[in-house]
Ligand binder design. Structure first.
Ligand SMILES: N[C@@H](CCC(=O)N[C@@H](CS)C(=O)NCC(=O)O)C(=O)O
Length: 429
């Protein structure tokens, strides 16, 4: 019987497919306990097994590596779930394709901007809604006379399509929106109320109302962000920084050179505000490498030993709307979304943002180090991303309290001002 280890972050609807299939099939799946999204999946060891660095990823007990959530779900599924005849198997594949092509892109385009993961563009959302309604209408007609999508029993088609609809039912399909899709609602409830599903996702609550977008917080990045969201999502890692082509081919920086200047020189077409700043002896890239590869007991003293207070400054960022934060993974997404859209700032900045607390009681704050003495985000229109959602305090690098804060945020320890414990950290580098 199939068995193995699943690499995923918590509450990943893609991983749920395999986990629910395994419940139905009696397959034991271990979840890699020490997996940290954005870190573990960027390590050399992980990439050796799963070159795309994506999750969910599955390692069988006999050393085979499987990626793609549908394939993993298939691997752990029993015959019933896989389909009992050629035509059933074909129809199951059809619905898996339908979920990935007809539902998923539209669901992400509608829900992610509301969760702060992608920038908000009204027109894109309107298109996405139309696509979702179209997919739901198709499903609704199909389910008018059927309990399950294929045949008379629950199959992988039901599991995978239902999981792909999860975010829609969780965040945007409120009672009003659901009204036209009664057959889909009934079927969805049937699937998620199976004991095998409950064992994985718990008691699922359908949306009472559509989650609200807060235009105030991200209005600055609407137009600019829309373009940048097309870029591959860049996840932050602390250990083992992702190698860009530029970095991989770049020779080791020499002692006396200014690494920021060099990096900027390799991007001649972009006018970067750092380019006109005076040279510094502090090699930020070198520190980033050191921090990635060494323990904080070494990298933090190294930072202070090399830091150039004339040409760099240290800032404390504190999220202004902590009382609106709910799930920790959504707070994480908020940070990742900001980092991702600030790609061109990386050359001259470093940050470690931390989430303190737990679901429905968490806060975000961080330490930022960047080139120059002014608030960096106002220096380029490309950098005016989410920064207005934070209070920014410039710290005096000579002060003991600054050293303590840097220590805390770089070593991911301690509590926030109200005593909430450190939960997760994300590094911008
Ligand atoms: N088609 C894949 C998509 C996997 C995927 O995109 N995973 C995301 C997280 S949900 C990921 O690992 N991204 C990391 C990266 O792109 O570096 C599947 O269904 O498994």
């Amino acid at each position: 019987m199939a068995s193995g280890t699943l690499y995923t972050y918590p509450e990943n609807f893609r991983a749920y497919k395999a986990l629910i299939a395994a419940q139905f099939s009696g397959v034991q799946i271990k979840i890699a306990e020490d997996f940290v999204f954005g870190q573990t999946n960027k390590t050399e060891a992980f990439l050796k097994k799963f070159p795309l660095g994506k999750v969910p990823a599955f390692e069988t007990d006999d050393g085979k590596y499987i990626t793609e959530s549908n394939a993993i779900a298939y691997y752990v599924a029993n015959e019933q779930l896989r389909g009992k005849s050629d035509v059933e198997r074909a129809l199951i594949l059809q619905w898996l394709g339908f979920a990935d092509s007809e539902i998923l892109p539209a669901s992400c385009a509608w829900v992610f901007p509301l969760l702060g993961i992608m920038s908000y563009n009204k027109q894109t959302i309107e298109h996405a809604k139309e696509d979702v309604y179209k997919a739901l209408t198709t499903l609704n007609s199909h389910l008018l006379t059927r309990t399950y999508l294929v045949g008379e029993r629950l199959t992988l088609a039901d599991i995978c399509v239902a999981m792909t609809l999860l975010h829609l039912y969780q965040y945007v399909l409120d009672p009003e929106q659901r009204k036209s899709y009664q057959n889909v609602n009934r079927w969805f409830q049937t699937i998620i109320c199976q004991p095998q599903s409950i064992a994985v996702i718990g008691d699922f609550k359908l949306a009472d109302k559509i989650i609200e977008y807060q235009p105030k917080k991200t209005s600055d990045n609407v137009a600019k962000g829309a373009k940048k969201d097309k870029k591959k999502e860049v996840k932050e890692s602390k250990k083992e920084p992702p190698k860009t082509a530029e970095k991989a081919s770049a020779p080791e920086a020499e002692e006396e050179t200014d690494a920021t200047e060099e990096a900027l020189a390799s991007e001649p077409k972009k006018k970067n505000p750092f380019a006109s700043m005076p040279k510094s002896h502090f090699d930020l890239d070198d520190f980033k490498r050191y921090y990635s590869n060494e323990d904080e007991s070494k990298s933090i003293p190294y930072f202070w030993q090399k830091f150039d207070p004339e040409n760099y400054s240290v800032w404390l960022s504190e999220y202004k709307y902590n009382n609106e934060l709910t799930k920790v993974f959504m707070s994480c997404n908020l940070i990742s979304g900001m980092y991702q859209r600030l790609d061109s700032l990386r050359k001259g900045a470093f940050a470690s943002a931390c989430i303190f607390g737990e679901d429905n009681n968490n806060t975000i704050s961080g330490i930022w180090i960047w080139r120059g003495q002014d608030l960096v985000f106002t220096l380029s229109p490309d950098w005016q991303v989410d920064y207005e959602s934070y209070n920014w305090t410039k710290l005096d690098p000579s002060k003991e309290e600054t050293k303590k804060l840097v220590e805390q945020y770089l070593s991911w320890t301690g509590t926030d001002k109200e005593g909430r414990k450190f939960n997760q950290g994300k590094v911008f580098k």
